[in-house]
Design a protein around this ligand. Structure first.
Ligand code: ADE
Length: 236
């Protein structure tokens, strides 16, 4: 059992989405090893409505349903207790997630994630409970759970021990402002396309130089915006 690094408490309506994520690969292992804890709390369990309703139509009219404030606020308050924990609402209105933001959140011991549904959550509930807003991109998802999974996954890369191999993060895309170099494995010749010879040379310095060059070429080609930023930061 290793020392716990981070706990995520996810509040939403569709725990299954989070549970699928919890049960696979690297994350399942990190949970089993006691490094990470991911808890789910269903907002429906907190409703005081006798029909277990958690949503209603919007005041002022309009399409869709809105999550009512009572179960949301009660759920957050119960889960949070008296602790000073960030409560993150996943929403297209939030700060756009990137590597630096993920790293920033990795410094927390515990994070509460609030996943909205339908047209959203009653604004009063958000104002009463939410400390931070995060978006995973400029598009609208059907529910916050998918965004929560992406957010957690981006954070966990920066949590010591979770990847199993600390070195692998240092070489990932974005670590130096560039995309990662291309990878090759066996066979040496696949349908007539050969692995670049430098990778077979065993010459570590040449391999590192080739990879750095490839990173720059790929970034320039696929993400000219990132490449321009990289160049301007290098100059300062
Ligand atoms: N919920 C719905 N769309 C979202 C997005 N783009 N980012 C985060 N949460 C969301």
């Amino acid at each position: 059992m290793e020392c716990k690094v981070i706990t995520f408490d996810c509040l939403g309506l569709f725990d299954e989405v989070i549970n699928v994520y919890k049960n696979y690969s690297i994350i399942a292992r990190a949970i089993e090893n006691g490094l990470v804890e991911i808890n789910t709390f269903n907002i429906r369990d907190y409703t005081l409505d006798k029909h277990h309703r958690v949503d209603d139509s919007p005041y002022g009219g309009g399409v869709g349903m809105v999550l009512t404030p009572q179960p949301v606020v009660d759920a957050v308050e119960k889960v949070k207790g008296r602790h000073d924990v960030p409560v993150v609402y996943l929403s297209p209105a939030g700060r756009l997630l990137n590597r630096d933001i993920a790293k920033e959140y990795a410094a927390h011991k515990r994070i509460i994630l609030l996943c909205g549904h339908y047209e959203g959550v009653d604004q009063r509930a958000l104002d009463m409970t939410v400390t931070d807003y995060i978006s995973i991109g400029d598009y609208v998802l059907t529910g916050g759970e998918i965004a929560a999974v992406i957010f957690m996954d981006s954070i966990l890369r920066f949590c010591p021990g979770v990847l199993g191999n600390e070195a692998s993060n240092a070489e990932e895309s974005f670590e130096d402002g560039l995309l990662e170099y291309p990878h090759y494995t066996r066979p040496e010749d696949f349908r007539g396309i050969k692995v670049p010879t430098v990778l077979l040379s065993g010459h570590h310095k040449n391999i590192a130089a080739w990879r750095a060059e490839q990173s720059a070429i790929l970034t320039k080609k696929f993400r000219p915006d990132l490449y321009a930023k990289y160049l301007s930061e290098k100059q300062h």
